[in-house]
Design a protein. Sequence first.
Length: 232
Amino acid sequence: MIDSGPRQTPLGTPCSPAWDDAHIALVEAEETKRESRICGARTLSSGVCALAPNHDNGRCKFHGGFDLTGGQPGNRNAVIHGLYSRCVQACGDQCPMWKTCPCAGPEVLKLSPPDRPRCPYETVEYNTALTDSLSKLDRHQHDDATLRHTAHHVAMLQVMLLRAAAAIAENPFIDNAVTTTGNYHKIHRKESPYLLAFMRITSELRRTLKLLEPKSPRALSVPERHAQLHRA
């Protein structure tokens, strides 16, 4: 039997080995409707990514055609948890970096919100923080499922911190509130909401990270040390 290579749609889009027949049917139906090839990657709403492919593998810049997407060193993508990874924001003009991001474009805004791809920058930040947090658990003597959830919380906080930092980069640190009553005129200066959010998330991240630190062994009392020696 001659191997014809990877399966393709009638318009030539390479089908991922992870796609089942039902998903391929959705891709083919969308391509027939648009009369053009699409990325076809599975979205969080179980639909298909309708962005045009711009990479040799047939995917769009969000699903394999952008430098940050695809498998990361150390297989960081393998540790992502579908439930927790929903904290990664969808690409859209609500992002403070929209005007300067290479992933931004009118084709993204044409997609329905549930089918918009997740930010590749935040995805990498999440996967990296999660991998590093899980590595801390290797120093614990016992495998604690609750701590594994905490590792995901750390990754979520890291993404939130990155998002707040991006907002600060596009907004002033200080807000000026002007109060005017008759002849009274005063300017109140206070930290911007973005700066306050950054500081609070930083504080919460530090506290959560401490939960992943292995507990120091409790010092044995004199009777306990004697009992241990006798058992030896």
